[in-house]
Design a protein. Structure first.
Length: 383
């Protein structure tokens, strides 16, 4: 197994800001608000931060966050493989902290996507094998993968709807969530089709919002907060760029690799996990990642989520904040999956709190099922 500084780094705080609509804020304004809140919650000052990891939509060089916050870091990183970027930031920060390259790392993100455009913003692409078919980017690619999963394994639109309904159930317990209120299987099946077989209820939200976390070495963490969350494993894997045509099998993702490596580093297995935060840009994602991370066999994801299994009161709590489907999705969701995992393990989630949660997964998805990154996080009891 590849070396990883298991338990040597910890997340000491997590904060969110501006979930929903924040028309008077730029993306970096939002991110800075979350960052200031996270640093304060860790009992630190901005001047204590000597590593900054960010991936703002309009900050190509990745230097704007440090300047905006008045930080002059020793280490700066804006690795950006899509929505999984923030899981890779945690991996890089854990290694940097363990080797002494930095002492306190800030990971932040913000986007005003809803206020700025009100819709998903497609990036310019040159896809010679796809553009002729006038596909809608990115949803048509995910729709193609969903159709293949249905063909191969008998997955149904009802199974996809189970994912959306479970996410809404959690969102209804979360005061921060943007989309709240009743949602039924029938509502999903009758929803407007966007790219067959995916309806509007199978697609993530378009919101504003920001999130931030602070990481330190484990030996310092307990001096800062009562409940540090330790990084027990972290791995990423890239199997292709952003063209669905490059996937050898539309039903299998690199989460098979990232998950196996991260679990191997941690010493735990899927059956040990108490809370699971998955990047649910589309309902299909949740099903694919449940399979590829080892929570159920390949092809069984649809049947696995039946009967509210991943919703409130179910046997496997998944996306307990409401996920990208019902809580927040401002361009990229990855850091919000991490913040929710941290909050669950710190026991501060109020009505949606999973009792006794000690071990959690935060899994990120980048671009078109392209980059996958998995974090295994745990309380002090898991060290």
């Amino acid at each position: 197994m590849e070396p990883f500084p298991r338990g040597k780094a910890a997340i000491v705080s997590a904060a969110t800001f501006g979930i929903g609509e924040m028309p008077d804020y730029s993306a970096i304004d939002l991110g800075a608000k979350a960052a200031v809140a996270a640093v304060a919650a860790a009992g630190l000052q901005l001047g204590d931060i000597d590593a900054v990891f960010s991936s703002f939509p309009s900050d190509f060089f990745g230097l704007a966050a440090a300047e905006y916050l008045g930080i002059q870091p020793r280490l700066n990183n804006n690795n950006r493989p899509g929505g999984s970027a923030f899981m890779t930031h945690v991996i890089h920060a854990a290694n940097a902290l363990a080797t002494g390259a930095c002492d306190a790392a800030l990971i932040l993100y913000g986007s005003n996507q809803r206020s700025a455009s009100g819709k998903l913003v497609a990036v310019p692409r040159h896809a010679p094998f796809e553009s002729e078919y006038k596909a809608r980017y990115p949803i048509s690619s995910y729709a193609l993968a969903a159709a293949r999963h249905m063909h191969e394994y008998g997955t149904t639109r009802e199974h996809l709807a189970e994912v959306a309904v479970a996410a809404r159930g959690w969102a209804n317990l979360n005061p921060e969530a943007f989309a709240r209120g009743p949602l039924t299987i029938e509502d999903c099946l009758n929803a407007r089709m966007v790219s067959d077989p995916l309806s509007v209820q199978d697609c993530c939200l378009v919101t504003d919002g920001a999130a931030a976390i602070v990481m330190t070495r484990a030996d310092r963490a307990r001096d800062l907060v009562a409940e540090p969350v330790y990084v027990l494993g972290g791995a990423s894997a890239t199997w292709h760029n952003d063209y669905i045509a490059a996937m050898p099998d539309l039903t299998v993702t690199a989460a098979q690799e990232s998950g196996a490596r991260a679990f191997g580093q941690s010493g735990y297995q899927p059956g040990d996990v108490d809370v699971l935060q998955l990047y649910d840009a589309f309902t299909l994602n949740t099903i694919l990642f449940l399979e590829d991370l080892g929570f159920c066999p390949k092809g069984e994801g649809g049947r696995f989520v039946e009967g509210g299994r991943i919703g409130p009161g179910g046997s496997l709590p998944v996306n307990t904040n409401g996920g990208g489907l019902s809580c927040v999705h401002p361009g990229m969701y990855g850091l919000f999956a991490i913040t929710e995992c941290v909050r669950q393990l710190q026991g501060v989630c109020g009505e949606r709190q999973v009792p006794g949660a000690k071990l959690g997964i935060a899994h990120g998805n980048g671009v078109i099922l392209s980059n996958q990154a998995t974090l295994v996080l745990g309380t002090g009891d898991t060290l």
